[in-house]
Design a protein around this ligand. Sequence first.
Ligand code: ATP
Ligand code: MG
Length: 198
Amino acid sequence: MTLASGGPRRIGVFGGTFDPPHIAHLVAAIEAREVLELDVVLLVVANVPWQKEGTREISSAEHRLEMVRACAAEVEGLEVSDMEIRRGDKSYTADTLAELLASEPQAELFVIVGRDAAAGFTTWERHDEVAQMASLVVVDRPGQHSEPDPNHSWIRVDVADLEISSTDLRARIKAGRSIKFLIPEGAASVIERLKLYR
Ligand code: ATP
Ligand code: MG
């Protein structure tokens, strides 16, 4: 796909814990890029996903980053960002967007989230700042029917329905079941090598 060049970049920001990353993450990122004609979609790996803290054990940021890198390596238009990990501490999208705009003030930012995340948008730290700095994009997610936060306008992007979650994948791995075709090969090799989720 060729995209307009020269003008300010249109950048998608797709954040997640990615514990582990799976094909539904990649499909959503690729489809959002296509439909919205984004130059790039950044897969932003959360350092401390503060809303998940204390609810379960979370793999180290380095391991999650390594898996996401393995997934996105060959995919045109996707890039992996470690900016939240480099920043350390809790990961707030508001800070991530501000950092992106500081280095590229003209960039047009699009925050891409699944329906579950969109419904909880007002629980995000400084969500009003997020909505000021970026357009909000929601993708459907099977089994999630809640409406995105009504106080903001959302761009809806249709993506293939893939009923896959990291939660289910962790359970599968633990139970010794196959994750083939649910997780890109590269990331599956990282899981195998590091013996994650056993
Ligand atoms: P977990 O089960 O551990 O919460 P997850 O599969 O939801 O993992 P996250 O890293 O929490 O993955 O999600 C990152 C982003 O990807 C969120 O915006 C989420 O809504 C979106 N997302 C995850 N899985 C899907 C899916 N199957 N379809 C559409 N969006 C998805
Ligand atoms: Mg989730």
